[in-house]
Design a protein around this ligand. Structure first.
Ligand SMILES: Nc1ncnc2c1ncn2[C@@H]1O[C@H](COP(=O)(O)OP(=O)(O)OP(=O)(O)O)[C@@H](O)[C@H]1O
Ligand SMILES: Cc1cn([C@H]2C[C@H](O)[C@@H](COP(=O)(O)O)O2)c(=O)[nH]c1=O
Length: 203
């Protein structure tokens, strides 16, 4: 089982991944939590270079990290029978580099050969809600510093989500405006429980 969690900065990805993993482990699942940029060599480069490298070069670097992450970490853990949860995956790749003006069609092509998650969760929240959370928590990157970035990101996510649905991804959109993180995680856990119960996920 492979689950990705994406959504605009401040929607709560890292918080939800933490709660969801705890709930699944408590329910007896073997869970491997990961994130992008990954901890691999290309992911390390991504972290070092995101503030200074822009545009197509950064988009290609993140896509390279995703392919390397998939081949060297995600697939092996899935093959071991673990549930892999990643904090950011393809949807982030379709969204973040749009801040540098990259064409969504180019981003789509770059990610075209990446394995699809069994469930792509998109956390949704209003721009005003997430920008307040970011002010309280503090910005993590240059994308969050420009005025109106939350509005732009929410817009990019809506477009990316529509594209993923159109391409046949199993997308779960979760409203994170009012719900506390534990409740958001339990809504996702309930959806995953239906996967675990299906005969194909327990051969
Ligand atoms: N459902 C929620 N309700 C209220 N506050 C939340 C919720 N989810 C997360 N938060 C808070 O919002 C802030 C941002 O959460 P978090 O860092 O998990 O977001 P993120 O989407 O991973 O952000 P980034 O993309 O910047 O890494 C944190 O202070 C967190 O405690
Ligand atoms: C997967 C992905 C990530 N990024 C950037 C966005 C942030 O600067 C970091 C992630 O750190 P966070 O603590 O999760 O916010 O990576 C990107 O630009 N493109 C991507 O595809």
């Amino acid at each position: 089982m492979f689950v990705s969690i994406d959504g605009p900065s401040g929607a709560g990805k890292t918080t939800i991944v933490h709660h969801l993993a705890q709930m699944l482990v408590a329910g007896g699942e073997n869970v491997h939590v990961t994130a992008e940029p990954s901890k691999g060599p290309i992911g390390k480069l991504c972290r070092e270079l995101t503030e200074t490298v822009t545009g197509h070069a950064l988009a290609c670097l993140y896509a390279a990290d995703r392919y390397h992450h998939m081949e060297n970490e995600i697939r092996p853990f899935i093959e071991e029978g673990q549930t892999v949860i990643t904090d950011r995956f393809i949807p982030s790749g379709l969204v973040m580099q749009r801040f540098d003006g990259i064409d969504p069609a180019f981003l789509w092509q770059l990610n075209a050969e990446v394995d699809r998650p069994d469930l792509a969760v998109i956390l949704e929240a209003d721009p005003e809600v997430i920008s307040e959370r970011l002010v309280e928590r503090g910005a993590h990157n240059r994308f969050q510093l420009s005025p109106g970035s939350s509005h732009a990101e929410v817009h990019f996510y809506r477009q990316a989500t529509e594209r993923l649905i159109q391409a046949g991804f199993d997308v779960m959109r979760v409203d994170c405006n009012e719900r506390p993180p534990e409740q958001v995680a339990s809504v996702i856990r309930d959806r995953l429980t239906t996967f675990f119960a299906s005969p194909t996920s327990n051969p």
